[in-house]
Design a protein around this ligand. Structure first.
Ligand code: HEC
Ligand code: HEC
Length: 324
């Protein structure tokens, strides 16, 4: 009798083990993953792979291929590359990472007040940060961008990958200060992005060694990079270049906000195309967007520079969801 029970337990145990193994049931709590490896050697050698490769090339060499003097078309108004902000062609964590984008579109966007396809979202970046004109939706280039975004999304099987988000920062209970930012800019940024923010062009003038942060070849004020919270989250994780890392930043949260306030101060820094018509519904407007009307009583200056906590609390206590 005893033997039978032992044998039965072993069999049941074995069956349960096989079942768990086959179903890959993950009994451990899900581990948060911040890095993910995308190996370009895995790009297939077929027609789809060709598009993926061209898409990756467009991410890295945007200006050369579709810039103002682009070899394959002239769409951009400046010589920046997608990878200047979406670093490592959109695969670096906390660098406006694009690994999940293909899964997350079509998506409702408060800025336009409607659902946008991924292609329309790509065109947003071509028009605002690149100050350009939209790619035709059926162009070879747009299909290549989409193929690349689909491929990186399929490569990252990990649904707990968190590096596609922006780095969280704490808000001080004062406004971000462009004057303090100017001093910090001189210390941490000026050596590459230069005193007048124009960066450094390659000797052959095709694109930048160090991209511009303002001036008529920088991103438009309608770009998300122009929002102070968003830029601070990005620069804390990524700048100074090659030194800062998302988990080993150089700047504190306050410093990142002060620098972003200096870079994005439109009173001292010129930008192309200052006219934007965004956010048809004020209650869907990002709190650090600097143009009214707002769904609250705070000034444009407070929206732009903070302090942000009172705005966040106002929104929450009025049953609205603050976006930033
Ligand atoms: C000056 C910086 C900058 C440049 C250059 C830039 N982008 Fe963006 N891009 C952004 C920012 C900021 C966002 C918004 C990120 C966020 O909301 O967290 C964004 C968002 C996106 C998104 C949507 C991501 C998502 O999952 O919601 C796509 C797709 C995209 N960019 C593609 C491109 C492509 C393709 C290029 C080159 C043609 C490009 N971007 C160039 C700054 C830039
Ligand atoms: C050692 C040179 C270097 C330093 C120092 C540096 N950057 Fe950069 N920065 C770069 C490079 C190179 C890129 C493009 C990144 C890429 O293509 O991967 C870049 C990109 C950027 C971008 C996005 C692209 C654009 O032009 O809008 C911003 C914003 C930025 N840097 C801000 C800063 C700030 C703020 C500091 C100081 C805290 C700083 N950088 C320090 C080299 C530098």
């Amino acid at each position: 009798m005893k033997k039978k029970i032992i044998l039965l337990s072993i069999i049941i145990g074995f069956v349960v083990f096989i079942f768990i193994y086959l179903n890959r049931i993950d009994l451990a709590p899900k581990k948060e993953v911040y890095e993910t490896t995308i190996d370009t050697l895995n790009i297939p050698n077929d027609k789809f792979g060709e598009k993926v490769k061209y898409g990756r090339d467009l991410m890295l060499n945007t200006a050369i291929l579709i810039g103002p003097n682009g070899t394959n078309g002239q769409y951009l108004g400046n010589k920046m590359n997608c990878t200047n902000c979406h670093q490592n062609a959109g695969t670096k964590p906390f660098s406006f990472n694009l690994i999940n984008s293909h899964k997350e579109y079509p998506q409702y966007r408060g800025r336009e007040g409607k659902v946008l396809s991924l292609a329309e979202r790509v065109n947003n970046c071509i028009m605002r940060p690149h100050n350009g004109k939209p790619l035709p939706l059926d162009s070879k280039e747009m299909l290549a961008f989409l193929s690349y975004l689909k491929w990186i999304s399929d490569q990252s099987k990990n649904d707990t990958f968190l590096g596609h988000e922006n780095l969280k920062i704490e808000f001080p209970n004062r406004a971000a200060n462009p004057d303090k930012g100017k001093v910090l800019y001189a210390k941490h940024c000026i050596s590459c992005h230069s005193e007048n923010g124009e960066g450094l062009m390659k000797p052959d003038s095709t694109t930048y060694v160090y991209p511009p942060l303002w001036g008529k070849y920088g991103y438009q004020p309608g770009s998300s990079m122009h929002r102070i919270i968003k830029q601070a989250q990005w620069i804390k994780a990524n700048m100074p270049y090659n030194i800062a890392k998302w988990n080993k930043p150089v700047l504190t949260d306050e410093e990142a906000l002060d620098i972003a306030a200096f870079v994005n101060n439109d009173e001292i820094h010129e930008r192309p195309n200052p006219i934007t018509f965004d956010y048809p519904y004020p209650q869907e407007k990002a709190i650090d967007y600097d143009k009214g009307p707002f769904a609250d009583t705070f000034t444009e200056a407070q929206h732009k520079y903070g302090p942000y906590e009172p705005i966040i609390n106002y929104w929450k206590s009025n049953g609205m969801k603050p976006i930033y």
